[in-house]
Design a protein around this ligand. Structure first.
Ligand SMILES: Cc1cc2nc3c(=O)[nH]c(=O)nc-3n(C[C@H](O)[C@H](O)[C@H](O)COP(=O)(O)O)c2cc1C
Length: 224
């Protein structure tokens, strides 16, 4: 049995009366879960809509609490870290982290960055040791898979694409995910939303096909 941590982050919902207002990334991620459940109905899904319940931004008190030894933390410091503790616990339980994200201003939505800031935490998800030389950080967890499903208004953000160099969404997430124990990173993109033409339709169709393919690959007994 596997556990999937499913995080949505678009500000848009999926139940608008005008369907074009609905979130594409959320819908595709729901499709991923649907495909998964058809093959592995007993697997557990932990779900969060980060836009509906955004994690707090970290602040100076949060950082001070993190750098205080656990046994010396005051009650208020423990309380301050309670959200982070809960979110990290969900990451710890997850074999697969499924994140759906729109591209906002060439990167991820603030609510998703707030989640990463809450969960990438010293002594919990990574250790820091200057004896390691120029790369003092090491992840504590391992063997997790992250599947990122994105929707963008423009196109060409893939490696070799015309906007590769201004894509700060997938590449940024791939770097950070290492500190959550992610060893396998997959990205499925839907593009052209702002053009609304056949290329957009085709891009969604391609994303759905890639989702089925990836779910088949990940639910194959070799990954059980
Ligand atoms: C605030 C905002 C910023 C956006 N910035 C970008 C951008 O930098 N590049 C891009 O290609 N599309 C951009 N878009 C378009 C979205 O990525 C696109 O609408 C996508 O489908 C949103 O995801 P969703 O359908 O899951 O809500 C932006 C949209 C919004 C609302």
């Amino acid at each position: 049995m596997s556990t999937i941590l499913h995080l949505d982050s678009s500000a848009r919902r999926t139940d608008n009366s005008e369907s074009s207002y609905n979130s594409i990334s959320k819908k595709l991620a729901a499709g991923f879960i649907g495909e998964w459940k058809m093959r592995r109905q007993n697997d557990t899904v932990i779900y969060r809509d980060l836009s509906q319940t955004p994690p707090d931004f970290i602040n100076q008190d949060w950082i001070a609490a993190v750098f205080t030894d656990e046994e010396n933390r005051t009650k208020s410091q423990q309380k301050l870290l309670a959200v982070s503790d809960t979110l990290i616990d969900e990451v710890d339980k997850a074999d697969i982290i499924l994140i759906s994200s729109p591209m906002y201003n060439y990167g991820m939505p603030a609510v998703l960055k707030a989640w990463f800031d809450q969960v990438i935490r010293i002594h919990k998800t990574f250790t820091f040791d200057l004896a390691r030389g120029d790369y003092p950080l090491e992840p504590i967890m391992s063997e997790k898979t992250l599947v990122l499903i994105t929707s963008t208004g423009e196109f060409g953000f893939e490696p070799g694409g015309i906007r590769e160099k201004i894509n700060h969404l997938g590449p940024h997430m791939k770097v950070m995910s290492k500190y959550l124990g992610v060893d396998n990173f997959y990205e499925i993109r839907s593009e052209y939303q702002e053009f609304g033409d056949d290329r957009h339709k085709q891009s969604i169709t391609n994303a759905k096909t890639e989702i089925v393919k990836l779910v088949n690959e990940l639910t194959h007994p070799a990954h059980a």
